[in-house]
Design a protein around this ligand. Sequence first.
Ligand code: AMP
Ligand code: MN
Ligand code: MN
Ligand code: MN
Length: 284
Amino acid sequence: MSEARVDLHTHSTASDGSLAPAELVRAAARREVTLLALTDHDTTAGLAEAADQCAAAGIRFVPGVEATCQWREREIHVVGLAMDAAHPALQDHLRAVLGLRRARLAALCARLDALGLPGSAIHTECAALAAPTRTHVARALVMHGAAADLEEAFERWLGRKGRAWVRAEWPELAVAVGAIKAAGGIAVLAHPHRYRCSGGQLRELCAAFSAAGGRAIEVSLAGMGPGDTASACSLARRFDLAGSLGSDFHDPGLPWRPLGRFVKLPEGITPVTALLDCAPRPGS
Ligand code: AMP
Ligand code: MN
Ligand code: MN
Ligand code: MN
């Protein structure tokens, strides 16, 4: 395990990544990844293609998803790993979230129209996507010349302080964890360092996550500093959660999220891979 290159958090064109699932797997193979999860936002549409390509490349594949949800009105992401992607409880859940995504897209594009930007055109471009995200809208805004790059598109228009910000009512954290569990998956609290919570709030979040059946927390993700990892490890120990790791890779053009970056889990943390080994495998 210590020599394995593990990446358990990645995105493809099935959500807001820029590589198709098979391309993502080929890029992972070039980086000598041996264990890979595809975890697109609220969709499992890319998993079959990624699984096939992993089989061809000799990479062990973990089916995954990154479920958008909320806890105390704060947006939280939960990565599901090694679930039965076809399970009806999971698919029903994801269908509902994708419905919320489409409704938010329409509201957001209406705001863009009201701001004199080509919201209707962007809506037409994005509405057909299985999992429309703000990243798609940001790319379209850049294409239409309304922002120089994605960062500016979020800052000026789409981010929390942007002029076209629309708040979505995502499903509750416990509901998302429940759907992943029902499908036999391991629920992992994603990127705890990004929630802008106090230490006390993070502990309450982890308590709620654990009570709902969450099993692991990301302790080593690209973009996490040593202090972030130390805090996440202390949460892992306190709430008896395993540690997960990955890149949150979206695009080869974003070098600060390198696919398959090689990291070691800190001492004293149970690797989430130990839980994956006993999780039911798809098809078994
Ligand atoms: P959504 O889940 O539709 O709200 O879209 C959020 C996605 O936008 C995240 O998964 C990130 O990939 C991306 N994102 C969020 N903030 C930024 C930012 N400031 N710059 C670039 N991408 C961002
Ligand atoms: Mn994303
Ligand atoms: Mn996320
Ligand atoms: Mn992600």
